[in-house]
Ligand binder design. Structure first.
Ligand SMILES: Nc1nc2c(c(=O)[nH]1)N[C@H]1C(S)=C(S)[C@@H](COP(=O)(O)OP(=O)(O)OC[C@H]3O[C@@H](n4cnc5c(=O)[nH]c(N)nc54)[C@H](O)[C@@H]3O)O[C@H]1N2
Ligand SMILES: Nc1nc2c(c(=O)[nH]1)N[C@H]1C(S)=C(S)[C@@H](COP(=O)(O)OP(=O)(O)OC[C@H]3O[C@@H](n4cnc5c(=O)[nH]c(N)nc54)[C@H](O)[C@@H]3O)O[C@H]1N2
Ligand code: SF4
Ligand SMILES: [Mo]
Length: 738
């Protein structure tokens, strides 16, 4: 008898589309994927979701630990050999150089259980302050802005489906039509009302949703979102469109914000952001008209990475929140501010202790009460818990330096592709005494490792993921992992035991979750009333549950979860949202004579992040076979480059080579490169590792570059032709848009 179908969610992004996996014993993949109806995806899946099962049986799947030999190559080893080696080296490095000589790097794709166990492993077993994760690349500015203003960071503090009722939606730097395709369904009403406003230097697929009267595309100069927001704020204040009763009752700081935006009249903003003053006025009026105070059906202000991955990302998020508060949106059903979280568990991954300053439940590591609570759950002395470490970029800069970490454990991040200024990161990783990488597939980062540990993925494991809405969902096992592969919980258990900690690292995800629930109880992200069993029952009834879900005393009904936050107040000391005046500085690496163009980076539909998974799926790789740079026809003419020809893009960090896609969707002063590829075509050879002073988030989105044609004989084009990830493919579908 074949086993029954399994209800689960997509392995990739934070939309966590619901899907059913049906055993396919005769097929090329062990399970077949069908979409499942769910409030976020409403039966939709993108191409990545449809093809996700192919990564389970990708031909070069890691199925044995690998250890670097005397010949410099990676060789298969037994688990005992690999784990003994790792534990022995960690011990001797810590004996010689201190506990802080070992660092941990996590990921927002890990389940809550793995993220929690990893944070505990760093604090309890390694007792190092140095742990951070790739959410620092992704969610840190949104988190910092929301924590400061609202006292809590849940990306969307409302169900995504609420957006479906709105009359206006302002999207700053989100290309959700490509990055979460099924989510565009929720924009239908706003489009019909002419109310979608997209701020993006490109006429992206999402910007195209504003065409034909569906809204406005504000094609701003890269790195100037803050001036767009300051101008929108100026207009709503100057034209008396703010919700004065709401501001008086529910916020502090409105006067300072009003004063600070007085000088940002639209004509002044236009000189910086390039968006016509009249469009800025129209956008502000359209949002105001949709706001409840003016009788509209609702308005949302949503930010994506385009606005956040900036050295002024936290300030930009703060201005977006100021705008939403000025219009009285947060805490009203059908309106609000939200950040569109990216990674599969980008939300849960930032709640349970992978962050350098954080303990489970979104508790702070420098809060004595939080330390005492979590130390109690862990059965350790609070004084033995290390203090806060440093954010990801700083951690990477220190790796392999005389006073920095000598060993790094990486779980769920392909740093060599995805980190900013990745050639410098590669050098830092190469300078380590020990690099240990857990992954499912070989990656550019496993290639550098001293030890590679092969782990289970998605459909082979049980766990939970917390979606962009803060909804805790069950990930379920639908197929056996290949022989030789272990779960990350087993890896941490086995390493802990070898390092002398024989208790506290269970391998059953349901047991780990129960401990996570206790550790988070009473914290901001309170999972205290949840268990795998309760989530299974909730999903069977149709949903999942939104945190906080506190435990209830015995005999009382279970807490129903919290789909909408802020109805009765904000979790700040005075219950009010804090409005904070912010001002514009501009990108850290701005245009100059030898770098007269902007580079902006981002994503395409078919590839996920570093491409480690999706470059292995033939249908995805053939749809997007190679690194490219979008170039406006005017710029292409000036450079003497035709569509399909290689260009060399050079920044102060390095040079990358990519195929020109000539398209009018670009601004003439800006080229766009996706970051999904490695080697010569890697966008992160060019990006700067300058970070936001509040959040530590790097400025991935904007830097200054020089672009030139890579002539046929140049090193660049020769290298591109040799690029391992370039495969012979049918002609590209994308044509020049006019
Ligand atoms: N297909 C696909 N989907 C994904 C992912 C993926 O890798 N591939 N990753 C997931 C993850 S982890 C994340 S974080 C999300 C990211 O989701 P998004 O934020 O939607 O994705 P990006 O493409 O990084 O950036 C969005 C847009 O920002 C624009 N942009 C660049 N510079 C600026 C600027 O200065 N200002 C403004 N306003 N816009 C700018 C780019 O042109 C781009 O269209 O996607 C998730 N979904
Ligand atoms: N230029 C530029 N760079 C960017 C961005 C950008 O917009 N522009 N965006 C940034 C953002 S938002 C993000 S989120 C990062 C993402 O960048 P990465 O962190 O590199 O993202 P992934 O490719 O998802 O890498 C995850 C790795 O973990 C593996 N993996 C998947 N699941 C598991 C698991 O359960 N356990 C373990 N151990 N491994 C697993 C995958 O196979 C893959 O090798 O990139 C950042 N880099
Ligand atoms: S939108 Fe995201 S969650 Fe949905 S199928 Fe695509 S990658 Fe998966
Ligand atoms: Mo991300």
């Amino acid at each position: 008898m074949t086993p029954p179908p399994t209800a689960t969610h997509c392995p990739y992004c934070a939309l966590q589309c619901a899907m059913t996996l049906t055993p396919a014993p005769q097929g090329p993949v062990p399970v077949s994927v069908t979409p499942r109806d769910f409030p976020t995806n409403r039966g939709g899946l993108c191409q990545k979701g449809w093809t996700s099962a192919e990564v389970l049986t990708t031909p070069d799947r890691l199925t044995s630990p690998l250890v670097r030999g005397a010949d410099g190559a990676l060789h298969p080893a037994t688990w005992d050999e690999a784990l003994d080696l790792v534990a022995g080296r960690l011990r001797s490095i810590q004996e010689q150089h201190g506990r802080q000589a070992v660092a941990v790097f996590g990921g927002g794709g890990l389940t809550n259980e793995k993220a929690y166990a990893l944070g505990k492993f760093a604090r309890v077993v390694l007792r190092t302050p140095f742990i951070d994760y790739n959410g620092r690349f992704c969610m840190a500015s949104a988190a910092a802005g929301a924590n400061r203003a609202f006292g809590v960071d849940r990306g969307l503090p409302f169900p995504l489906a609420d957006v479906g009722g709105a009359q206006a939606v302002l999207l700053l730097g989100s290309n959700l039509a490509e990055t979460m395709p099924p989510s565009s369904q929720h924009l239908a009403a706003a489009r019909a009302a002419g109310g979608v406003v997209v701020v993006d230097p490109r006429h992206s697929a999402t910007a195209a949703l504003t065409d034909d009267g569906a809204g406005l595309h504000l094609q701003a100069v890269p790195g100037t979102d803050l001036t767009v927001l300051l101008a929108l704020l100026h207009v709503v204040w100057a034209e008396g469109l703010v919700d004065t009763a709401y501001l008086a009752e529910r916020t502090t700081g409105a006067d300072e914000v009003r004063r600070s935006v007085a000088a940002w009249w639209p004509e002044r903003a236009e000189r910086v952001c390039g968006v016509p003053a009249e469009d800025l006025r129209r956008a502000a009026r359209l949002l105001a008209a949709a706001s409840p105070v003016h009788g509209g059906t609702g308005a949302y202000v949503l930010t994506g990475r385009g606005a956040e991955q900036s050295t002024q990302g936290t300030a930009t998020v703060t201005a977006a929140i100021n705008l939403a508060l000025s219009l009285g949106l947060p805490g009203r059903v059908g309106s609000g501010y939200g950040a569109i979280t990216g990674q599969g568990n980008g939300q849960g991954g930032r709640e349970h202790g992978q962050k350098s300053d954080q303990l489970p439940g979104y508790r702070r590591l420098d809060d004595p009460a939080a330390r005492a609570h979590v130390a109690g759950v862990w059965g350790v002395d609070p004084d033995d818990l290390p203090g806060p470490g440093v954010p990801a970029v700083e951690l990477l800069r220190r790796c392999g330096t005389p006073d920095g970490p000598r060993a790094l454990l990486v779980h769920g991040c392909n740093l060599v592709v995805s980190a900013p200024d990745n050639q410098a990161v590669r050098a830092r990783l190469a300078a380590l005494d020990l690099l240990v990488v857990c992954d499912l597939v070989p990656s550019e980062t496993t290639e550098l490792a001293d030890v590679v540990l092969p782990v289970t993925q998605w459909a082979e494991e049980e766990g939970t993921m917390t979606s962009l809405e803060g909804r805790v969902l069950r990930r379920r096992r639908a197929t056996e992992p290949p022989p030789g592969v272990r779960s990350e919980l087993e890896v941490l258990h086995d390493l802990a035991a070898r390092l002398g900690v024989t208790r506290g690292f269970p391998t059953d995800p349901a047991v780990v979750f129960d401990e996570l629930a206790r550790a988070s109880a009473g914290g901001v992200a309170d999972y205290g009333g949840l268990s795998h069993a309760r989530l299974d029952a909730a999903e069977a009834a149709g949903d999942g549950l939104f945190w906080p879900v506190p435990a209830t005393p015995d005999g009382e009904p279970d807490h129903p979860g919290t789909p909408r936050l802020f109805a009765d107040g904000f979790p700040t000391p005075d219950g009010r949202a804090r409005m904070i005046a912010v001002d514009h500085r501009g990108p850290s690496d701005d245009l100059r004579p030898d770098a007269p163009l902007y580079l902006v980076t981002g994503r395409v539909l078919q590839h996920y992040q570093s491409g480690a998974q999706t470059r292995r799926v033939p249908a995805l790789a053939s749809a997007q076979p190679e690194p490219f740079a979008e170039v406006h026809p005017l710029l292409a003419d000036r450079l003497g480059v035709a569509d399909g020809e290689p260009v060399e893009v050079t920044s102060a960090r390095g040079t990358a080579v990519a195929v020109a896609h000539v398209t009018t969707s670009a601004r003439p002063d800006t080229v766009f490169m996706p970051f999904h590829w490695s080697g010569e075509g890697s966008a992160n050879r060019l990006t700067t590792d300058a970070t936001d002073p509040v959040s530590g988030m790097p400025e991935f989105k904007v830097c200054a570059v020089q672009v030139r044609a890579a002539d046929a004989g140049s090193a660049g084009s020769a290298l591109l032709a040799r690029d391992a990830h370039r495969v012979a493919q049918p002609p590209r579908a994308q044509e020049v848009r006019s």
